[in-house]
Design a protein around this ligand. Sequence first.
Ligand code: KG4
Ligand code: ZN
Length: 357
Amino acid sequence: MYQDIAKEKFDRLVRESKSRDILILAIESSCDETSIAVVKNGREILSNIISSQIDIHKRFGGVVPEVASRNHLLALNNVLTEALTTAKVSLRDMDAIAVTYGAGLVGSLLVGVNFAKSLAFALELPLIKVNHIKGHISANYLSTPDLVPPFVSLVVSGGHTALVYTRNYVHNDLICTTIDDAIGEAYDKVAKVLGLGYPGGPVVDKLSKEGSTSIEFVKSFPKDGFSYSGLKTAVINYVHKMNQAGKEINIPDVCASFQYYAVGQLIEKTIRAAKKYRSKCVVMAGGVAANSYLRAELSRACEKAGLKLLYPPIVLCTDNAAMIGAEAYFNLISGEGLASLDLSAASNLNLKYCSGK
Ligand code: KG4
Ligand code: ZN
């Protein structure tokens, strides 16, 4: 019964999307941020409330999955109230409910998915499932209102490092990815071994500005794709060796040198991909897109290659529900993404390679 109503409403929204405003309530809980947003027409943020659990997980040096799920559960109701109040709307004004169903921590995802399913069922609204990685890319539709695909995207987050060809609003083809760890994961590990706390990215970014790139951590990188495991191990080994020898570690130098290799390997391949796919711009997405060194280096390389570089403001780089609302809207207007109440979490959800690869 619900499914028939939801399908009928979804089809009507697809038809009406050209002639009227569509409001989507979006829910994101894939890792340690509980976020709910109200997004208009995939381009305008009416509210984007983010309740971060960083302070809770800090003392463990990283996200504890079970603790994260429990805290999502505790936060969701208040975050929902604040999202509606800030947007000056009520649940009855919503046209659809969107939710991240993967990739991410399975328990955390399930909390968001079940919350979204309950809302969709109670309000008799269509439920739209969103891939978190695609959501990161769609953050750029919010920050650059005239951005239209196709373009090449560099996705750099705690869980992903990938070059993607965003063919249209729905299809994102994987060009290449990391062969081992993600870049954000490496930032977090390096910060941990240096005793800099969690999350590592922002503090390593900051300290790098005071350091020099004098330490050689790696000699080469894979021809295809990216690699962070060897680099991470090299930093850990360096720190242990220095400690064993009783030598003082210059933390800013370690940060700057690590960052030199972490970011360095992204630049050339990104420019090459943009040229190969005849993209006029390069779009950055994900938490590590907040990194000042990456922004500066890629900006320089793009300028040299005659490409425009786009990235969202920091609040839309890291996990947030507004990007999920944007991604859901562009799926909806293409007639895609309608989920049933059977929807479950897909913790390993990924992007697919371009056909033929
Ligand atoms: O996209 P995100 O919020 O969550 C995932 O989907 O993974 O990304 C979180 C990652 C963390 O690893 C964090 O250390 C990193 O983004 N990050 C940064 C910076 N800000 C956040 N990494 C480098 N420099 C930053 N300024
Ligand atoms: Zn993310």
